[in-house]
Design a protein around this ligand. Structure first.
Ligand code: SF4
Length: 476
């Protein structure tokens, strides 16, 4: 039996209703689970301990990971910004195709997969690495509400933007607690068909739509994405119904993403969404009057770029999870015609990372390389400094024309850091990472965006999992 000590300590939960006989009701998600002493709710991470509702995942997380804001289906808020992604354990839904089922379904989570953070540590990581946005993401942030609310408030005080990437099956009371601290909501709406929600997600539709409209009306930056599941929802009707919701209850400027699916979890007996169906969905959205319609998890297509909705100027090019701003000024306006690009910029911009042209000759560095292949075009690189002094590690892209400059990353003694390296151009062959002897590193293949790979090297496949395994450990 795998160790599951992470569940042992409960943290006082918000949105608790106390009922007779030490029963509690949870008001965090629309399920409103009624929980008897010693039992837990549907999400498996909120429980009744001695007649009180507790959170079992407060500060218990997957590894904090530096990514780009495009990873979160956010294309219109400081494009290309580095973000610190924080994911946790559990979910208030159980979608048949979940890409993060190893963390969203708490029964699969073992102690070896769990990292512990305090709110102060999360903010400290973001500040030390000059990251302007914290993203609450992966499995689903709804189910570690207490940790999100407390940490996001601390981050906001430090001038950091908070992004909430969620399926948004959440109660109105919980949304009221998020609105003061969250700046960006990236909402994954699975379908507009109530039957689809009941059958595929085990949740229901109305709270998702109402919640999305509520945060939009509160003036938050909202983007909507829909996973176009092969032969299930990758059709023009889904594209139309999602577009109609955005136009009716949000606004035409709200970016709308139709996202490519890959087989996973209980839905492995199928194929990735055909690209022509995605392109057809995008045309439906544009023809309806949506200003910004994108495809997700696709490469080598115009359908990830941004053009001015007024003059047609190419404003932002994207390749995978990377963005290049061409024609949007610091006020978020088109540099050609002056129209509002519907793009929010972070005042003062975001910090760039320091680079060097060559690796320092005196450093005793070991270099690992990884070449992109097939559908694997992104990696998580995890590095730990086991030494007693601050260490510098280096990483760069290998192109057909040679390597780009090395990006420098400083790690404090005993610090463990994880970041994404994602293919950024057609001619990019792969990435290289150079680490000093006191550091250990591992590479984990990422399959599509907002996927957090957990599998350890040598552990093999847990069951019918099709997510890629770590390829190798650069150092043991
Ligand atoms: S968050 Fe939702 S699923 Fe979890 S205990 Fe509360 S009401 Fe139930």
């Amino acid at each position: 039996m795998a160790d599951k000590k992470w569940q042992e300590v409960g943290y006082p939960a918000r949105l608790e209703e106390r009922l007779p006989d030490d029963v509690v009701r949870c008001h965090l998600s629309p399920r409103n689970c009624r929980i008897r002493p010693g039992q837990h709710g549907f999400c498996m991470v909120r429980a009744n301990r001695d007649g009180r509702l507790v959170s079992l995942n407060y500060g218990r997380s997957v590894h904090a990971t530096e990514e780009t804001i495009e990873t979160e289906a956010v294309f219109h808020y400081e494009p290309g910004a580095r973000i610190l992604s924080m994911g946790n354990i559990g979910c208030m839904l159980n979608c048949d195709y979940c890409h993060n089922w190893k963390t969203s379904q708490a029964r699969y989570v073992e102690d070896k997969d769990v990292y512990y953070y305090t709110p102060e540590q999360v903010v400290d990581i973001a500040k030390r690495h000059n990251i302007s946005v914290i993203s609450w993401t992966y499995n689903d942030p709804v189910v570690w509400h207490e940790f999100v609310v407390e940490t996001a408030a601390l981050a906001k005080e430090a001038g950091i933007v908070n992004l909430y990437k969620s399926a948004f099956f959440i109660s109105e009371e919980a949304i009221d607690e998020l609105i003061p601290v969250i700046d960006i909501f990236s909402v994954s709406i699975k379908s507009i068909d109530p039957k689809y929600y009941r059958k595929i997600t085990k949740g229901w539709l109305e709270p998702v739509l109402d919640g999305t409209a509520k945060v939009y009306q509160a003036g938050k930056h909202v983007e909507v994405s829909t996973l176009m599941v092969t032969d299930l929802s990758d059709n023009e009707k889904t594209a139309h119904d999602i577009g109609a919701f955005v136009l009716d209850r949000l606004g035409p400027e709200v970016p709308t993403h139709y996202v490519r699916f890959h087989p996973d979890y209980k839905m492995t007996n199928t194929i990735r969404t055909p690209i022509d169906r995605l392109e057809a969905a995008r045309r439906v959205g544009l023809d309806m009057g949506l200003r910004h319609v994108y495809l997700g998890n696709v490469y080598d297509t115009e359908s990830t770029n941004t053009r001015c909705h007024s003059c047609g100027e190419l404003q932002i090019t994207r390749y995978g999870l990377n963005a290049n701003i061409l024609a949007v000024n610091e006020q978020g306006k088109c540099t050609k015609c002056g129209a509002d690009a519907n793009i929010k910029r972070i005042p003062g911009g975001v910090a760039t990372q320091s680079t060097v042209a060559e690796l320092p000759a005196a450093a005793d560095l070991e270099t690992a390389t990884f070449d992109w292949y097939g559908d694997v075009r992104a990696l998580h690189v995890q590095i730990r400094n086991d030494g007693t002094e601050t260490q510098r590690i280096y990483h760069r892209r290998n192109r057909g024309t040679g390597g780009t400059p090395w990006t420098v990353l400083e790690l404090q003694p005993k610090e463990s850091y994880r970041f994404i390296a994602a293919k950024s151009s057609l001619d990019e062959r792969g990435v290289a990472v150079a680490v000093p002897p006191t550091c250990t590193s591992s590479l984990h293949q990422v399959f599509d965006r907002a996927h957090f790979p957990t599998t350890e090297a040598d552990s093999g496949s847990l069951n019918a999992d099709v997510t890629p395994l770590p390829l190798f450990e650069a150092r043991g």
